[in-house]
Design a protein around this ligand. Structure first.
Ligand code: DX5
Ligand code: ZN
Length: 222
């Protein structure tokens, strides 16, 4: 499957957000990863729908909205209206993952489920055929700039084996601690959408940094 690097705006300079998004768009980005945190599901607060609405006016990128919030079912429609193309919900944040996935798809968006590092793949068994994406967290969610958890690598390999059998079109996204070095590891393991925050936006040239990660990952892709 095609390898994509999805810059995460969590690490961007929010005073120059439009400009920063443009810089990765001009460098060839196709996906923009947008982290929504509520201070409850994760111990940090980030941005909400109004920011997405503003970005939608200046960018044609595919908005990959990563919800790290409790009661996500209450906000799906709001994020769809704000301009999301895709919504990923944290499995651990809801008792009703099947219902939410249907809700996202009924609005015409693509749908994903995120798993924290310690959450087993088995919990996806009866939903996996419905999914457009599985997001395996490679850090504990909540903050940018954390160290990659290499214990998730066998989980990526296992997921990629399962998907070959049951849902080959489903994308495997990884998020947290991705840089030029870890990009090689996750790509080799079978991930195809690589979220990168600080390894892109904390660099002097975010566009170039994104390209470097993409090149490294593509060299290892199966
Ligand atoms: C963390 C977020 C990530 C974050 C990644 O909870 O979901 O998307 O932006 O940041 P880095 O790439 O700096 O680890
Ligand atoms: Zn994220």
């Amino acid at each position: 499957m095609k390898i994509t690097v999805a810059p995460s705006i969590l690490a961007a300079d929010f005073a120059r957000l439009g400009e920063q998004v443009k810089s990765v768009e001009e460098a060839g980005a196709e996906v923009l990863h947008i982290d929504v945190m509520d201070g409850h599901f994760v111990p940090n607060i980030s941005i909400g729908p109004v920011v997405i609405e503003s970005l939608r006016k200046v960018s044609d990128l595919w908005f990959d909205v990563h919800l790290m919030i409790e009661k996500p079912e209450q906000y799906i429609e709001t994020f769809a209206k704000a301009g999301a193309n895709h919504i990923t919900v944290s499995l651990e944040a809801t008792r009703h993952i099947h219902r939410i996935i249907q809700q996202i798809k009924s609005l015409g968006l693509s749908a994903g489920v995120a798993l924290n590092p310690a959450t087993p793949l088995e919990l996806l068994t009866y939903i996996i055929q419905e999914l457009d994406m599985v997001l395996l967290m490679t850090v504990n969610p909540g903050f940018g700039g954390q160290e990659f958890i290499s214990g998730v690598l066998p989980k990526i390999v296992a997921l990629s084996e399962i998907l070959k059998e049951v849902n080959p079109e489903c994308q495997i996204e990884v998020d947290g601690g991705i840089n030029v070095d870890t990009a090689r590891l996750v790509s080799r393991a079978g991930a195809n959408i690589l979220v990168a925050g600080s390894a892109v936006f904390a660099k002097p040239s975010p566009g170039q940094a994104m390209k470097d990660i993409l090149r490294a990952a593509s060299e290892e892709a199966k």
